[in-house]
Design a protein around this ligand. Structure first.
Ligand code: DGJ
Length: 732
């Protein structure tokens, strides 16, 4: 233990340690466990009967001793039900939605978890881990609640570790990661739904009594209908810069379930974890089950602050190479689909160089021989280069790339198989399908059973083999296009373990790959944004938000993702979707990680010049976009002009993006838009950048103080004929 603990608390803690292991403890004074970050405190308190309650989550207090008085101030009456258990067990006194439910080895279904002890360990200047141990008073069954705090970022990751020493297996009927308790007058939930090409559509509603569940049962590509992110505003809807708001994200790439239950005392219980749908998990004696992490942040200054905190945390601690650079690229998916050969690809490699981007990304269609991958009906699983398209193997492309002085990356979808493939013929038992029912497909394919270690080995070798055979391979796009129908594993002894073990199997493969290739850029794709969560992003440098690249649509989609994920992770490609001008499409893609998926040879000379210049401008402003703070200025939902900006950490360079999102007559930026995040005392030059060749800027540029820019603002003069405008703000 390496943390300063107030004296009054210490006696209580020591007392608790003395009784460690005993299910019912007698405490001289209540044990109070404050879990603090820069701004907030989550306070747990042990009752005289030994139950651990969550008594407070809000702004922290200067004097830690005062946390002991918080519970009384709230006057929580728990006599009917333990509304605010820190981790609600099912089957004993609890009457509300549980965080954990089990069937013991003897068939009994009751669980009553009591306090044993807690520890707090400082892992670095910024990171601390508080672990609270709980034990059942009758059964040899234990849970450790873990709270890992990131002090400066105001972020907490919470997860549970479950273990038992009963005579035989215990079945976990529900095994949540976290069980939070909020207390406010009202709660406003913003959550998301979607489908292919319709990702991140928000809905905001006031919660009332009862349970609102956000969940998925899709297995893989799990977020297709609903991603595992949400925000809850307290007392009133929060705005960008005002209001109290909690953001949450379950770090899990499979079925999840988040219950938001407003209880009879108006408290909000938030229970987040793996979905227990068809997932009763068999746990052997002596084996630990570690739940995924639930990450959350609480802001008192609106959605903008919460998102900047989460983005900073993600870049620092979660996303691979979050403080590193990103590769601009040219992708061939929409320019060729499956129809290419060596010559065509050699041409695209030259185009990559001409455009000035860093890398060529070869998409789907390069593999399969007995069943060539010339369409999406066959070949998945057979990861040998197609000899008709690539007679000289991938080596031809890496060699060509190095001659053109660009990098080379490749698409894979290693978790999947087409029934028309050699892999399926050889290993039908590796495929997720019901043995006695007809197969049912999404995109003509099935999912490989990653709960099976042999399949994990195969998937690892597919990707590792590409790297070892092609040492110049610089990038992987990892796709996942099918959900799971007919969930059944020929490998699992207990089918209830399958959904969970699938994701754990995937993570084992990704762990091995990352151990060997720690920083190689990898894009997380799932038929668009079917799998965007921090469980997966731990292994990836970026994600593909949606196959929908129509730029107006994309402004809305990227806007909503940006609440939860940093811009450098958002792969934005310029394509031919939609009717907006090329400049508009490029400007929208520049708001994240810039890529192109168009036929370069079809560009007119001034269009090519514009794109080449845009790549240079993007690189010039990559520091604020990739590693800076993002400020949303005007949202696309309630304004004719959507606007946001990025400022670098020294507040010396910023870039503002503005777009006309309502094309009605005479719409445009009528008023100046106030900037945010600048230094009021610095002077900045303001000028329009990324102009199309021949176009002249019409903004009132010049040199202004930070105060002026944040009080009066700049009018980007967005209107018909100037539907997207980029403004550079540079310290003088
Ligand atoms: C779905 C992805 O979202 C696309 O970008 C593309 O890679 C295709 N799969 C290829 O099959």
């Amino acid at each position: 233990m390496n943390i300063a603990i107030p004296r009054k608390l210490l006696s209580a803690i020591l007392c608790a340690f003395l009784f460690a292991g005993l299910p019912v403890i007698a405490l001289a004074q209540p044990v109070v466990i404050p879990i603090e970050t820069r701004t907030n405190a989550l306070v747990l308190q042990v009752s005289s009967e030994g139950y651990v309650y969550s008594v407070y989550f809000g702004k922290k207090l200067a004097d830690k001793n005062e946390y002991a008085s918080v519970e009384k101030a709230f006057r929580l009456d728990r006599t009917t039900a333990g509304y605010n258990y820190a981790y609600t067990p099912a089957g004993a006194r609890n009457l509300l939605e549980p965080a954990i439910a089990v069937t013991h080895a003897d068939g009994n279904k009751s669980l009553d978890l009591k306090y044993v002890n807690f520890t707090t360990t400082k892992l670095s200047d910024d990171v601390s881990l508080t672990s609270v141990n709980l034990k059942d008073s009758v059964y040899d069954f234990e849970v450790t609640l873990n709270y890992q705090t990131y002090f400066n970022e105001d972020v907490t990751e919470q997860w549970s570790v479950i273990r038992h020493h009963e005579k035989s297996d215990v079945v976990l009927q529900k095994y949540a990661s976290a069980n939070l308790y909020l207390q406010a007058n009202s709660y406003w939930l913003r959550h998301y739904h979607g489908e292919w090409a319709q990702e991140m559509r928000p809905e905001e509603e006031q919660l009332d009594h009862g349970i609102k569940t956000l969940d998925t049962k899709l297995g893989t590509r799990a977020d297709l209908f609903q991603p595992p992110v949400f925000m809850v505003s307290l007392n009133r809807t929060s705005t960008e810069d005002d209001g109290e708001v909690l953001y949450g994200n379950l770090e899990w790439s499979g079925n999840y379930r988040i219950d938001l239950e407003e209880d009879p005392t108006n408290g909000l219980r938030v229970i987040a974890g793996i979905n227990n749908y068809q997932a009763d998990y068999l746990l052997k004696p002596g084996v630990e089950f570690t739940t995924p992490k639930f990450v959350y942040t609480l802001s008192h200054n609106g959605k903008g602050e919460a998102s900047r905190d989460l983005q900073t945390w993600a870049r620092k601690y979660k996303i691979v190479d979050g403080d590193g650079p990103r590769l601009t690229l040219l992708n061939n998916w929409e320019s060729t689909y499956f129809n290419f050969d060596e010559q065509k690809l050699a041409g695209i490699l030259q185009d990559t160089k001409t455009l000035g981007v860093d890398l060529f990304l070869l998409d789907d269609g390069w593999f399969g021989n007995k069943y060539p991958r010339n369409n999406d009906h066959e070949g998945l699983g057979d990861w040998q280069p197609n000899t008709a398209k690539l007679p000289d193997d991938i080596a031809f492309l890496t060699k060509q790339a190095s001659q053109d002085d660009v990098k080379f990356g490749i698409w894979v979808e290693p978790e999947m198989v087409n029934p028309k493939s050699e892999l399926y013929e050889k290993h039908p038992d590796w495929v997720v399908k019901q043995p006695q029912r007809p197969e049912y497909y999404m995109r003509n394919q099935l999912v490989l059973d990653l709960s099976n270690p042999k399949v994990q080995e195969f998937v690892f070798n597919v990707v590792d083999g590409l790297f070892t055979k092609n040492s110049d391979l610089a990038y992987i796009k990892w796709d996942c296009n099918s959900i799971i129908y007919n969930a059944y594993s020929a490998y699992e002894r207990h089918q209830g373990n399958f959904y969970t073990d699938y994701v754990l199997g995937l993570y084992k493969v990704l762990d091995r790959l990352r151990a060997k290739y720690p920083k190689t850029p990898m894009m997380l794709c799932s038929g668009g944004g079917g799998r965007v969560d921090y469980g997966a992003l731990k292994y990836f440098t970026e994600y593909w938000p949606s196959d929908n690249t129509e730029p107006i649509e994309r402004i809305f989609i990227q806007w909503e993702y940006s609440y939860f994920y940093p811009a450098l992770a958002s792969s934005n490609h310029v394509t031919d979707w939609g009717k907006e001008p090329l400049k508009f499409r490029v400007d929208v893609a520049m708001m994240g990680k810039l890529g192109f998926d168009i036929v370069i040879g079809k560009l007119k000379p001034d269009e090519l010049t514009f794109c080449q210049q845009a790549v240079k401008t993007y690189k010039e402003f990559s520091e604020p976009i990739w590693h800076g703070d993002q400020y949303r200025l005007q949202d696309p939902w309630s304004n004719d002009v959507a606007s946001l900006m990025y400022v670098d950490s020294t507040k010396s360079t910023a870039i503002m993006f503005s777009y006309l999102v309502n094309n009605r007559y005479a719409t445009g930026s009528k008023l100046p838009i106030r900037l945010k995040g600048l230094n009021p005392d610095k002077n900045y030059s303001v000028s329009e950048v990324n102009l199309f060749p021949g176009a002249k800027s019409t903004i009132a540029g010049g040199v202004f103080s930070g105060t002026f820019l944040m009080t009066v603002g700049i009018n980007p003069d967005v209107r018909e004929g100037r539907t997207s405008v980029l403004v550079a703000v540079k310290e003088q």
